[in-house]
Design a protein around this ligand. Structure first.
Ligand code: ADP
Ligand code: MG
Length: 476
């Protein structure tokens, strides 16, 4: 047993009822083939996560499964790995995929495909990806050559099925991934239809972070004596995430955000907003303020979404402004911060959003902005998670708040000088807690002051003022 990773991933990710007596399993204990163990090792995983530990042997025994685990707990490998071994024997047939994985979004589908490529490199398995925004011709060609694994979004699959380009009666293994998101996106009728076209004797695996009643109903209808694996309370949140809420007037959201981006040791951040227009406008505003940001939302075509994600992963930008649909489940590691520019309308999204940070044992911070119009949404979040999100206060601030009363704003000081003074203060104020500094020097480009109300750059020389009102700190 390798203890190195014990601390690092699975052990910390999931609450373990009795850590002292529970021996952690290794991948080799789970019954996977030698070839697969080699790919797992090459991928750098030394120990399975809790959901993998429980799901992998059961999938290998051809059982139906309901897997409930929070975001970032390694659900993908918990079905991809055993599927590769299950599918290793058997033959491909034209137009009849041997297994089907349903994903709610194109990004998630692409991510699962990447996983198959990574782990299946020692196996002769053919895979096809059936997602919107991609030429249908190539997808149809792959299908007619015969595939072992078909990864699809429900919409595109229905499309092809209705045109008779695909037969589902040879499909003996079905995975419904991110079921709660499928529900949010209105895919349940499609899924029911698809299920009814698959052979009844198939094996079905369903994964979800939460189990709302319609999903529970779906499992009753389409799963056969499933093994239920629940690794933590539904909708609970990760203990490696320090979450705060900030009561803020909606006109101050941008300014508050910028203050936090500059003063909370932000390395990489995802900022969620409820509307696509907010995503676009907020990204533009951040860029105008000198931040290195990008955006991802449902109106962008597939190629641009993946491209933007690649820039973020490569570190070309360190801030990604995102809508829920576009970002759902995206595998982005090492995000130091999540910001909810709006409190999400669906409380489940809160769990998914903040799950982008604090992954695989790394600590993360999550901030939720609560304006008047967010009041009901935050109440729903707190009801779902079963606890109040603490209010961000003075003691949670990571820079020293300089007393402002003595500081007189000097209008005579030339701009440049003020700016460098500000830098010095910033440098002094930021405790060297993390080795890595934010990638970008936050310069404040000059710009025409045309647009919106709260989008004015903070005057130079006032990094701690205008004092963010959310702190409600009395200075002096
Ligand atoms: P989920 O679907 O539960 O949200 P993912 O399957 O996307 O989570 O996995 C989350 C992250 O954890 C990914 O970056 C993945 O590579 C990583 N991961 C998965 N299994 C392990 C493991 N056994 N050890 C370390 N990291 C893992
Ligand atoms: Mg997932």
């Amino acid at each position: 047993m390798r203890n190195f990773s014990h601390q690092h991933n699975a052990g910390q990710l999931l609450p373990c009822p009795n850590p002292e007596i529970l021996e952690r399993m290794t991948f080799a204990d789970l019954g996977l083939s030698e070839e697969l163990l080699q790919s797992v090792e090459a991928a750098g995983y030394s120990e399975p996560t809790r959901i993998q530990e429980e799901a992998i042997p059961a999938v290998l025994m051809m059982k139906d499964i309901i897997g409930i685990a929070q975001t970032g707990t390694g659900k993908t490998a918990s079905f991809v790995l055993p599927m590769i071994d299950v599918l290793a024997s058997g033959r491909r047939r034209a137009l009849m995929p041997r297994s089907l994985i349903l994903e709610p979004t194109r990004e998630l589908a692409a991510q699962v495909a990447e996983n198959f490529e990574k782990y299946g490199k020692n196996h002769d398995l053919k895979m096809a990806l059936l997602i919107g925004g991609v030429q249908m011709g190539d997808q149809v060609k792959a299908l007619s050559d015969g595939v072992d694994v078909l990864i699809a979004t429900p919409g595109r699959l229905m499309d092809l099925f209705e045109r008779g380009k695909i037969l589902l009666n040879g499909c003996e293994l079905l995975v419904i991934d991110e079921a709660d998101r499928m529900l949010d996106m209105g895919f349940i009728p499609d899924i029911e239809f698809i299920c009814s076209k698959l052979p009844e004797t198939r094996q079905t695996l369903l994964f979800s972070a939460t189990m709302p009643p319609p999903i529970e109903k779906l499992t009753k209808k389409f799963l056969n004596n499933p093994k239920r694996i629940e690794v933590s309370r539904a909708a609970s949140t990760n203990k490696d995430i320090t979450a705060f809420k900030i009561n803020v007037n909606s006109r101050q959201k941008r300014e508050t955000l910028r203050w936090l981006l500059r003063h909370d040791h932000v390395e990489t951040a995802i900022i969620f907003a409820n509307r696509k227009t907010t995503v676009r406008e907020l990204n533009k505003s951040l860029q105008r303020h000198g931040f290195s940001s990008g955006e991802i939302h449902g109106d962008m075509d597939q190629a641009s979404r993946l491209q933007e994600l690649a820039r973020f992963k490569a570190g070309e930008i360190n801030i990604l402004v995102a809508s829920d649909v576009a970002a759902r489940g995206l595998d982005i590691k090492g995000v130091s911060h999540v910001f909810n520019f709006d409190t999400p309308w669906h409380p489940d999204d809160y769990v998914h959003r903040i799950g982008r940070t604090g992954r695989a044992g790394a600590k993360g911070r999550a901030f939720t902005f609560v304006a008047e119009e967010d009041a009901e949404a935050i109440a729903n979040v707190e009801k779902l998670t079963g606890s109040k999100v603490p209010v961000f206060g003075k003691s949670d601030v990571r820079v020293e708040l300089v007393e402002k009363s003595t500081e007189v704003k000097d209008e005579e000081t030339p701009r440049e000088e003020k700016r460098s003074r500000r830098r010095d203060e910033e440098a002094q104020a930021e405790r060297p807690r993390r080795e890595k500094q934010p990638r970008k020097e936050r310069s404040e480009p000059r710009r025409s002051r045309r647009d919106d109300y709260d989008d004015e750059p903070v005057p130079a020389g006032e990094w701690n003022g205008p004092r963010p009102s959310f702190l409600d700190v009395s200075l002096g």
